[in-house]
Ligand binder design. Structure first.
Ligand code: GLU
Length: 554
């Protein structure tokens, strides 16, 4: 037995499976030609971040555009940074915001697929089998340097203005003889396992990033750690083994990983794996004091997906907004295909922006208004209820009291060629519909400056006398016009504008007074529909209340 094999055996006596076994266990996938296998591989270190969600969406769309697979792997090797429930929060957020996962963790507590385990903490033996082979081939070695030794090496490097890292003359254990290493291991000394790097700082590696284009960087000459002293891999090594065995074709991730690509390519090469294609997504930016900076988990509430849930943005609004960031031609496509499902859009990884797009809440609100305007009344009612159940239970109870009434409210000015675009998020709705519920209704009956309480009382008395709840929109408007002239108002806005001195106001003022009496607002959706929805008794009650309030103010 070669001395390296002996060393490998002493380091991993419990590892009996070989890389060959794993190759056989996880064969290449049988998918259509050109199918892309993508993944999101978050660490459970906190809540779901907009950036992670965005990258997931890009992965999902890339898989979809090629009849591929999008899977979820949990990178939970850093137990110190792990947050309890973090993984479930990420998975729940993905689901709530409409991103389906094909394989791996698909929902909290739900795992499917035959390329697992999909959780790195459960893959220790797999990683060790690969490291065992690398040690046997003298491509990796045990390193016994203590933390203190490493620190003093780093201090020396900094003092002499050299690159920090375990390379060249600083890679002390690289030169230990296998016999010595074997002895120290047998003696029970603690160690990490390092790659024996073949790289040279003076050489360049070149790769084509599908978003950023061709990138050139120095080769990696550091003997990076593959396994930590507890036998758990570093991220770099785990990524290479996992993405190979899970047969990932495209690694699409945040661009903070670009600088690691030379290490990753080196690992793929050393392990004899075909490297995946890389696409590095630029971060979402915000503007602050005229400067662009990355959206920050700490500073920006909108960095957390919880923000969108709590504000009640529909999943589709968030997805469509993010699509406008992802591919700038999405908006044009949406204009020409207003009713197509969003994923009918031909997403193109290569059209993603190289510098980070700016986050714009106003734009999200605009997109969301259009998304909500396209929904049916039933969909709106369902989604509002879903939001209110979690964030506004008292409002949910009001909506549930009479579901037909609730749906009726959301039917107003909806389902026609030009639906109103005035709801951006479900948290707008309690105020938006307040005049339909006495519990939320508070009417100060405030009049515009040009209308006196005496005129308002006269207008409402005249209207109350002819109010006919069976009127359709046209008849309703004709009725409103019919009371104008006797009250000194013009039924015709143009006529009024020609001779304003001849009138107290015009038909618009008359309907404003009625609108204020019935809803408390100067602007609402179609008033005739609102009155029908409120019902005769309620309308009469509100007209009478307003009449007496204005009469008392004369
Ligand atoms: N666990 C890494 C992260 O959370 C994954 C990076 C990758 O996608 O390769 O950022």
């Amino acid at each position: 037995m070669s001395v390296y094999l002996q060393l490998a055996q002493a380091m991993f006596p419990h590892i009996t499976k070989t890389p060959e076994d794993y190759e056989a266990q996880y064969p290449p996938r049988s998918l259509p030609d050109g199918a892309r296998v993508t993944r999101i591989a978050p660490s459970p270190t906190g809540y779901l971040h907009l950036g992670t969600f965005f990258t997931s969406m890009v992965n999902r769309l890339t898989a979809d555009a090629s009849q591929g697979v999008f899977f979820f792997r949990l990178e939970d090797t850093d137990k110190k940074r792990e947050v309890e429930g973090g993984a479930d929060d990420i998975l729940k957020g993905m689901k709530d915001f409409g991103l389906t996962i094909d394989e791996g963790f698909v929902a909290p507590g739900e795992i499917i697929g035959s390329y697992g385990p999909y959780q790195q903490s459960q893959r220790a033996e797999i990683y060790q089998a690969y490291v065992k082979l690398l040690v046997a081939e003298n491509k990796a070695y045990p390193c016994f340097c203590t933390e203190e030794e490493r620190q003093s090496a780093r201090d020396a490097q900094e003092a002499s203005k050299e690159r920090t890292g375990y390379y060249g003359k600083y890679a002390v254990c690289r030169n230990l003889s296998p016999d010595e290493a074997l002895q120290r291991i047998t003696a029970g000394e603690s160690y990490v396992v390092r790659l024996r790097s073949e790289g040279n700082e003076a050489n360049r590696v070149k790769f084509d990033d599908m978003i950023k284009g061709t990138i050139e960087m120095p080769e990696n000459d550091e003997d990076i750690v593959l396994l930590k002293s507890d036998g758990i891999p570093t991220y770099h090594f785990a990524h290479a083994v996992d993405d190979h065995l899970m047969r990932t074709t495209h690694v699409i991730r945040g661009d903070e990983w670009i600088s690691s690509v030379p290490k990753h390519l080196q690992l793929f090469k050393t392990l004899g794996f075909k490297p995946p294609k890389y696409a590095h997504v630029s971060p979402i930016m915000v503007e602050e004091n005229g400067n662009k900076r990355k959206l920050s988990k700490r500073k920006d509430p909108q960095a957390a997906m919880h923000f969108y849930a709590q504000q009640g943005y529909p999943a589709l609004s968030v997805l469509e907004y993010l699509l406008t960031i992802a591919n700038s031609d999405f908006e044009e496509w949406r204009r020409t295909n207003p009713t197509a499902p969003y994923n009918a859009f031909k997403f193109n990884l290569k059209k993603m922006s190289v510098s980070g797009a700016l986050f714009d809440l106003d734009k999200l609100n605009d997109v969301s208004k259009t998304v909500i305007a396209r929904m049916t009344a039933t969909e709106v009612a369902q989604q509002v209820l879903h939001w209110a159940d979690e964030y506004h239970p008292a409002f949910a109870a009001l909506l549930r009291r009479d579901t037909a009434y609730t749906e009726g409210i959301f039917s107003i000015d909806r389902g026609n060629a030009k639906p109103r675009k005035d709801i951006a998020r479900w948290s707008d709705v309690p105020d938006y519909v307040s005049y339909f519920f006495d519990e939320l209704y508070d009417n100060a009956l405030e009049l515009p400056d040009n209308i006196s309480p005496a005129d308002a009382a006269a207008i409402l008395r005249a209207y109350a006398a002819i109010y006919d709840p069976s009127e359709d929109k046209q008849a309703w408007f004709d009725s409103v016009k019919s009371i104008c002239a006797p009250l000194g108002f013009s039924p015709d806005v143009k006529e009024y504008k020609k001779n304003p001195d001849n009138f107290k106001g015009h038909v618009g003022d008359i309907s404003t007074v009625i609108r204020i009496a019935v809803t408390g607002r100067r602007m609402t959706p179609d008033l005739c529909s609102i009155m029908q929805q409120l019902g005769t008794d309620k309308v009469q009650e509100r007209l009478n209340t307003a009449i007496s309030v204005y009469e008392n103010n004369i």
